[in-house]
Design a protein around this ligand. Structure first.
Ligand code: GAR
Length: 200
């Protein structure tokens, strides 16, 4: 059975959706470890309630790579095959990315490469786009930048606020993250440049 490692910083609804997919067998893997960089992350509490191994490794005051060495060490001890960032609000160091080449996924609430970084939904509204959405991509050392596995398109309405748009996008996030994990675990793809080409 393949092992997933989850990194999160907050609410953890994407993690919950992944855990549910694991529970019902949509994702054929187990969640070996959940790590939060923030002690009061709700996702950590949820993970514990689900009986999963859940740990806080606080990031405050640590250099990026110093922190990443701690989290990678735990992931390796637990035999993690695929690292899933689920609202993990830290950039990973090149060192961490090298430990898990093409085996780290991230979900981002916009149609990348539009609106990387923080407050993607607000950026979309302020820019005036008519469509936004979400993206699951492989992680490299740049922010919200690696090869794209899946995306979903969401319409932006005139009366949308950051909150209403975020909520509509989130429903799709929960669906496409599971799809992306299934593809990544299946190994039925090839990366050509920036393109993830699916193999049948
Ligand atoms: C999600 O919308 C996720 O796409 C976003 O943070 C939220 C976390 O929610 N991630 C990023 O913006 C990463 N750049 P959750 O904790 O309920 O999954």
């Amino acid at each position: 059975m393949k092992k997933l490692g989850i990194l999160l910083s907050g609410r953890g609804s994407n993690f919950e959706a992944i855990a549910e997919s694991v529970r019902v067998g949509r994702i054929e893997a187990e969640i070996a470890l959940v790590i939060s960089n923030r002690p009061n992350a709700k996702g950590l509490e949820t993970a514990r309630k689900l009986g999963l191994k859940a740990e806080c490794i606080p990031s405050a005051g640590l250099e990026r790579e110093e922190y990443d060495r701690l989290t990678a060490a735990r992931m390796k001890q637990e035999g993690v095959d695929l690292v899933c960032l689920a609202g993990f609000m830290r950039l990973l160091s090149a060192w961490f990315v090298e430990q898990y080449p093409q085996r780290i996924l991230n979900i981002h609430p916009s149609l990348l490469p539009s609106f990387p970084g923080l407050e993607a939904q607000r950026q979309a509204i302020e820019h005036g786009v008519r469509y936004s959405g979400c993206t699951v991509h492989f992680v490299d050392e740049k922010l919200d930048a690696g090869p794209i596995l899946t995306q979903a398109v969401v319409e932006v309405f005139d009366d949308d606020t950051e909150a209403t748009l975020a909520a509509r996008i989130l429903e799709h996030e929960h669906r496409i993250y599971t799809e992306a994990i299934q593809i990544a675990l299946s190994g039925r793809y090839r990366i050509e440049g920036r393109r993830v080409v699916r193999l049948s």
